[in-house]
Write a protein that binds this ligand. Structure first.
Ligand SMILES: NC(=O)c1ccc[n+]([C@@H]2O[C@H](COP(=O)([O-])OP(=O)(O)OC[C@H]3O[C@@H](n4cnc5c(N)ncnc54)[C@H](O)[C@@H]3O)[C@@H](O)[C@H]2O)c1
Length: 354
């Protein structure tokens, strides 16, 4: 990546902020963070880079056609990463409307603006422009006992979140096939790491544990997820942006499947060591099985063979070390998540349906 300007939508979220931090620290390009600042956003995640002259922030909704057109005209980006989304499955069960609006209509709007902008570009900028659309393995639905998802797995989304992402992925494909917009789509497994909003499993469990609250495990906890460190995901996105083939889909994961109950138990064991309870009991005593999420997919897992074999990319972070570092980060950065806990989200149970 050279000195060009890159638009990152959703750059105040978990993965978007990791991408923005990496782009500012490790490249010479300028970054425009386009984020509507929903409850899930946190500009504190960008404190290390937000004074850099190569960083700009635009408080804009990707569904806002006029504002997006202004941004493209003003900054003349050479590439776009689309990470703006409503992302929490439980919230999509309680209220799907924002998911349809942002994930589907917002992606449509971004595609339209990108296409009109791309059509104004002269060579060589026209040939080098890329839009990388960031999606999830949840579009493929419940894997059961089958081999991990790959780029050719059929879509079978089960939650409103997954359906909205699958629909957006279809739009992205169609804008390439019909209008030749140079897009690449990635479908990634569950991410973990620092700066993740505390409604997601790993930070929710860490925080509840040290706050001496029950650690809610949905159903019997036997659901399996394939965990990837957020920085490995960022490396994969940069790889795909630089070397990915236009119109292709890349499945991203690290062959790191774990049952939810085992993830929770691993967090407890690590906390027992890092910050023992004052009564010396294990944090595992706080585990509490709660009623399962409606339509809860039993297993997701990704086969990343395509991205591994086409490029140099391979997930580099070790799960045990990465989980431990993540726990240490939440213990050492209380103010980051305490501000959230006193505001938009207090750790309440979401997603029991309507
Ligand atoms: N977190 C994961 O495990 C995971 C795994 C695979 C794929 N993904 C995908 O990666 C992307 C980023 O996920 P995340 O976990 O960082 O999400 P997040 O919820 O942490 O952040 C989403 C960001 O998008 C912004 N946003 C929401 N609606 C917007 C709108 N209309 N206009 C502009 N900005 C808007 C929010 O303000 C927030 O900053 C999503 O597309 C998600 O589907 C996430």
């Amino acid at each position: 990546m050279g000195t060009e300007t890159i638009v990152v939508t959703g750059g105040a979220g978990f993965i978007g902020s990791a991408l923005v931090r990496c782009l500012i620290r490790s490249s010479d390009c300028s970054v425009v963070n386009v984020d509507a600042l929903t409850y899930a956003a946190n500009l504190d995640s960008l404190r290390d880079v937000d004074e850099n002259p190569r960083y700009s922030f635009e408080h804009v909704d990707i569904a806002d056609d006029k504002a997006l057109r202004r941004i493209f005209a003003e900054y003349q980006p050479s590439a776009v990463f689309n990470l703006a989304a409503e992302t929490h499955v439980d919230r999509s069960i309680d209220g799907p409307a924002p998911f349809i609006r942002t994930n589907l209509f917002g992606t449509f709007q971004l595609l339209e603006v990108s296409l009109d902008y791309w059509n104004t570009l002269a060579e060589p900028n026209r040939s080098s422009f890329r839009l990388v659309h960031v999606s999830t393995d949840e579009v493929y639905g419940d894997l059961g006992g089958a081999a991990p998802f790959s780029e050719t797995s059929p879509f079978a989304p089960n939650s409103p979140y997954a359906a909205s992402k699958a629909a957006a992925d279809h739009l992205v494909r169609a804008w390439h096939k019909t209008y030749e917009l140079p897009v690449i789509t990635t479908n990634c497994s569950n991410n973990y790491g620092p700066f993740q909003f505390p409604e997601k499993l790993i930070p929710r469990v860490i925080i509840a544990a040290i706050e001496d609250k029950p650690l809610p495990v949905y159903g019997d906890g036997s659901q399996v997820r394939d965990w990837l460190h957020v920085e490995d995901h960022v490396d994969a996105l940069l790889t795909v942006m630089d070397y990915g083939r236009i119109g292709e889909v890349y499945a991203i994961g690290s062959r790191n499947e774990h049952r939810n109950i085992d993830v929770v138990a691993a967090i407890c064991q690590c906390l027992d060591e890092l910050q023992p309870r004052s009564d010396r009991r294990s944090y595992a005593d706080q585990i509490s099985f709660v009623v399962d999420r409606p339509g809860h997919d039993r297993r997701y897992a990704v086969d990343p063979s395509k991205i591994e074999s086409e490029f140099e990319w391979k997930a580099a972070r070790d799960w045990d070390a990465g989980l431990r570092e993540t726990i240490e980060w939440y213990l050492g950065n209380r103010s980051w998540w305490e501000d959230i806990r006193t505001g938009a989200y207090r750790g309440e149970r979401l997603g029991l349906g309507r």
